[in-house]
Design a protein around this ligand. Structure first.
Ligand code: GDP
Length: 427
């Protein structure tokens, strides 16, 4: 059985924690899109970890972790990350890398930096991990697939020259930087080959067999619905699809095998990077939520930069859940809201004088003003509670109100960062 764990919002919903938790009963966990640009923070018996490329199941010795073909594979980062967990006593994960995954090249990272510098105040707020240049090249058919490391070296050298010709035109003329060193690029790719060699295989064939054998497989998404290039807040989106449906492509499995789609939805909002954020709050109110948020504050797992904060957005989350094809909502970081007397929730968008609960395209979104409804707070710490009925009444009311607004069942409630901080609720 295949389950997808994906985000309903702008990312940072707590997918890592939910994946780590569901991985207890899973055999295989796959990353199917994105790269080292976003991070999952996980707290478990080994400590606190920020993962960027490895799937969140790497902490168990019964699971196999797969880097799927849809991922932007930064080879040195992957192995740095493996080292960072094994150094803290985590057993070496069983790792497989798709022979169809493409690699982030050193110049992708440079291009990302140069372009953000060029854009200045109009920049996208990229993490400068090379993700947009990587995916642009993949779809321009000038990317480097892992399998190409195993072909004729002369062919690879010829391809490097072809690609360098295009890259150099931009490097020299647009960014005024030195041209690429082709020999260095070839040598770098050969180093990547050495590093990857023990792990490379046809992961799609491996997964096909695993599905036939009845294994439990998790697809772990990065970022959330609103950062999807088609269905999100284009152009302030990421460069690969963040949707569960893409899991089939980015892992190489039949779409009909994805039986459960757990959409992770955070009890308040946070976002990174530029773009419309209707329920955003500012000043002291935002600072307090940021400081209390997540596990140790709402700061980027990759960049450390403060996240933008906002109240729960029913319009965006209803849409975010729908576009994922949600079967279950995991409602996270609810414990954080325990300090508030009253909790505002965004229940509609006012656009040109009309109120809507349908999430619009970007042009309209930029004009949207939040319609807020205020719910009473519960003013206590709900960590440690294991049963839904034991939650304070106002807390249950908050959950039930949001469930009704978004229209998808909240079956998991996360009330702390740890694996066991979870409350199961029947549909
Ligand atoms: P991801 O990218 O979706 O995995 O999310 P992040 O890792 O960026 O952000 C989630 C943060 O919230 C992490 O620091 C988690 O440890 C933490 N977290 C997850 N679930 C909960 C929860 O229910 N309560 C609290 N307080 N923190 C949580």
């Amino acid at each position: 059985m295949v389950k997808a764990i994906v985000g309903a919002n702008w990312g940072d919903e707590g997918k890592g924690k939910i994946t780590d938790m569901l991985a207890q009963d899973a055999d295989i966990i796959i990353r199917f899109q994105g790269g080292a640009n976003a991070g999952h923070t996980i707290v478990n018996k080994y400590g606190k970890f920020a993962l960027h490329t490895l799937p969140s199941g790497v902490f168990y010795d019964h699971t196999t972790s797969i880097i799927g073909n849809g991922v932007a594979l930064n080879v040195p980062k992957l192995f740095e990350e493996v080292r960072s967990i094994t150094d803290k006593g985590v057993p070496m994960p069983k790792l497989l890398v798709s022979d169809r995954a493409q690699m982030v090249m050193p110049y992708h990272i440079d291009f990302d930096k140069f372009e953000e510098e060029r854009l200045g105040k109009n920049s996208f707020g990229s993490t400068k991990s090379g993700i947009a240049p990587f995916y642009s090249d993949k779809y321009s058919k000038i990317g480097f697939q892992v399998s190409e490391l195993y072909g004729d070296p002369e062919d690879l050298k010829a391809k490097i020259s072809r690609v360098a010709e295009i890259k150099n035109a931009m490097l020299v003329n647009l960014y005024h930087k030195p041209a690429l060193d082709e020999t260095e690029l070839f040598n770098t790719l050969m180093e990547y080959k050495k590093m990857l060699d023990p792990y490379v295989c046809d992961t799609s064939a491996y997964l096909w067999k695993a599905i036939q054998d009845g294994k439990t497989i998790l697809l772990e998404g990065q970022l959330g619905s609103l950062k999807d290039p088609d269905h999100g807040i284009y152009p302030m989106v990421t460069s690969s699809s963040t949707l569960a449906a893409y899991g089939a492509i980015g892992a190489g499995i039949p779409p009909y095998e994805i039986k459960q789609i757990v959409t992770v939805c955070k009890a308040y909002s946070s976002a990174v990077g530029a773009g419309a954020f209707v329920s955003e709050i500012f000043g002291d109110e935002a600072d307090e939520l940021r400081r209390r948020g997540g596990d140790g504050g709402e700061y980027g797992a990759t960049t450390g930069r403060p996240r933008r904060m906002g109240w729960f957005d029913c319009v965006a989350s209803k849409y975010g859940c729908r576009i994922q094809g949600t079967t279950d909502v995991a409602f996270t970081v609810l414990d954080v809201l325990g300090y508030l007397d009253e909790i505002p929730v965004c229940v509609g968008y006012e656009i040109d004088g009309k109120v809507t609960t349908d999430f619009p395209t970007t042009v309209k979104l930029e004009k949207a003003k939040p319609v807020l409804k205020t719910l009473p707070g519960w003013k206590c710490d709900i960590r440690g509670i294991k049963r839904y009925e034991e939650l304070p009444e106002n807390c249950r009311k908050y959950i039930e109100f949001i469930e009704e607004q978004i229209g998808f069942p909240i079956t998991l409630i996360s009330n702390g960062p740890g694996r066991d901080d979870i409350i199961y609720r029947k549909k």
